[in-house]
Ligand binder design. Structure first.
Ligand code: AMP
Length: 282
């Protein structure tokens, strides 16, 4: 597995793979890897990638003031061992100064799908995400890039950016990987202490309850979202940030009778902010 630390090194690797005729798959991450990340590598291979590059970069521009940029968990040695074991061909680990040199003044803003939900709770977050992913795309020159459905609004932002800026990259969404008790895997789960860890189940519990109701024929978006929200409201250690029903493709707000809906939730469990979602009827 090659380790690349600058945009120039990443580009050189990509140019060499393209010269060999290889299809490049890209898996962007912020590190502190778990099985959810590893699943993205498998999905990249499944999508026909002959050379897979993963990136590890805790991107400061997608963190707001007072958020957890400084304390975001990091463990490069462990991450490298996991990526190597997963069969990744190259890992790109740029430094902050490599990505944002003195005088950096350009960003990418995806308007509509960045609004509401995490975009409302974290102003500037998706601008930081879109900008860094655009830079990763330009350096790694992938044919296909894989993102988790766990970050559902992020996936929609990246799809819109890729289309609008003619990147010509296939964007593949990968299913949410969960712990045995249903909690969506996340690097931030490392923040959860004993009681908070148990309380954190309320997000997936609510989504599974909505799924159960949908299975029994409930089609009212409001009722489904309320069922998901009630599980969080009923957990004293959790504070709901949002619970919304959105169109699974466009993420436009939905109400009334639905054939398909994505329910997205965000909550703080103790000090830890968690998100989760489920798509019903597709
Ligand atoms: P992160 O390191 O949290 O920025 O995540 C990097 C990528 O892994 C993003 O595309 C995430 O959506 C994806 N990801 C994170 N957690 C999961 C999970 N539990 N299941 C599937 N994909 C995930």
């Amino acid at each position: 597995m090659e380790r690349l630390r600058t945009p120039a090194a990443m580009r050189a690797w990509a140019d060499a793979r393209r010269a060999e005729g290889a299809r490049i798959g890209l898996v962007p991450t912020m590190g502190y890897l778990h099985d959810g990340h590893v699943s993205l590598v498998r999905v990249a291979r499944g999508a026909g990638s002959e050379a897979v590059a993963a990136t590890i970069f805790v991107n400061p521009t997608q963190f707001g003031p007072g958020e957890d940029f400084e304390k975001y968990p990091r463990d490069e040695a462990r991450d490298l061992a996991m990526l190597d074991a997963a069969g990744v061909d190259a890992v790109y680990l740029p430094g902050v100064r490599d990505m944002y040199p003195e005088g950096h003044q350009t960003h990418v803003e995806v308007r509509t799908v960045s609004q509401g939900m995490c975009g409302a709770a974290r102003p500037g977050h998706f601008r930081g995400v879109a900008t860094v992913v655009a830079k990763l795309f330009l350096a790694a020159k992938p044919h296909v890039a894989v993102f988790g459905e766990k970050d559902c609004q992020q996936l929609a932002v990246i799809r819109a950016m890729t289309r609008d800026l003619d990147f010509g990259i296939e964007i593949v969404g990968a299913p949410i990987v969960r712990e045995e008790d249903g909690l969506a895997m996340s690097s931030r789960n490392a923040y959860l202490s004993g009681d908070d860890r148990i309380a954190a189940r309320c997000l997936s519990r609510g989504l599974f309850r909505a799924k159960e109701l949908f299975g029994k024929g409930e089609r009212d978006a409001g009722a489904l979202v309320a069922a998901a929200g009630a599980a969080i409201e009923g957990e004293p250690r959790a504070k709901t940030e949002y619970a919304e029903g959105r169109d699974p493709v466009t993420l436009a707000p939905l109400s009334g009778r639905v054939d398909a809906v994505t329910i997205l939730v965000a909550a703080k469990v103790g000090p830890t902010r968690l998100i989760d979602n489920i798509t019903l009827g597709k």
